[in-house]
Design a binder for this molecule. Sequence first.
Ligand code: ITT
Length: 211
Amino acid sequence: FTIVIATKNAGKVKEFAHAFAKLGIEVKSLLDYPSIPDIVEDGDTFIANAKIKAKTAGDALGVPVLADDSGLAVDALNGEPGVYSARYAGEGASDAQNNEKLLAQLADKGARLDEQPLANGTSLLSPAQFQCALALYFPDNGQFMIAEGMVEGVIMDRPHGDGGFGYDPLFYVPKLGCSMAELSKEEKGKISHRGEALKQLLPAVEKLVTD
Ligand code: ITT
């Protein structure tokens, strides 16, 4: 069985592939369907954008499709970059450019927490949350299943680790004492916003396999 994920983000694809491999489910993404035109994500919320992506791909392919819309909300920046996380430093910005912009914005605000620096001299700048909305769309009846997940962390003044993607190297996870980019895919999946949302939809995806 193969599930289609309506994403072009290779980091997301790897995480979904890892999670679904345990169930014997293979993953395809929009990188496998270049004929589907670019999807305009103009929703105001993660849920709205996840639904746009799942419906566009699901209607084009005629099979149930899962989509992920996610991002980082930083307290000291009033919840930015939020739904603009992927294009914070501009359309087509790289993860490195977005991370640089995040640190520049926090430096502008003079954001810094009064906590002790971490053992490696790294300072903590602002509480933040990763948020994820998943939409599973069924083109035969036009229905959606929605799930959300969130993980609390703190933005650091410098990157740590080379796993994951996006803002992971700047996102400190207090309960684990390391950055999100220092976790294996397995460990990240257990605590992440995406992992939490996916757990809620797994029964529905498993049902697709048996139907
Ligand atoms: P698709 O729309 O094709 O799925 P995208 O990267 O544009 O890819 P989003 O609009 O959902 O996806 O933006 C999500 C951005 O939020 C992503 O590019 C990262 O910058 C950030 N992000 C989301 N989940 C993350 C995670 O687990 N770790 C680090 N950064 C994450």
